[in-house]
Design a protein around this ligand. Structure first.
Ligand SMILES: [Zn+2]
Length: 106
């Protein structure tokens, strides 16, 4: 690819980035839960749910946060948009690395 083509590809990728204010890093997952009631069926392995959780990784450890139904769709949209943005940023970075090698970075 020529330098000119790299610049054009970089511009196209950057145009595909969505609103950074909606960045939410994590993985949406669904899992069952046990309740606090002693005689409940969940004690025999029939868990309640599944309920949505967001698994987030920060500071070297991961934790899961319950996602209430009222914000589940928004959470999913944020997470998906963030994953798309990160793929785009990765590719933009690779293009910039190639431009650096060719001394064409500006
Ligand atoms: Zn239960």
């Amino acid at each position: 690819m020529s330098v000119r083509q790299l610049f054009a590809r970089r511009r196209r990728l950057a145009a595909g980035l969505s609103d950074p204010e909606r960045t939410l890093r994590g993985v949406l997952l669904h899992k069952g839960r046990r309740c606090s009631s002693e005689g409940c069926r969940c004690r025999r392995g029939e868990l309640h749910g599944p309920y949505p959780y967001l698994a987030v990784y920060s500071g070297g450890r991961s934790r899961t946060i319950y996602v209430p139904a009222a914000v589940e769709a928004a959470c999913e949209a944020h997470v998906e948009g963030t994953q798309r943005n990160e793929e785009l940023l990765l590719e933009i970075s690779q293009i910039n690395l190639e431009l650096l090698r060719r001394r064409a970075l500006e």
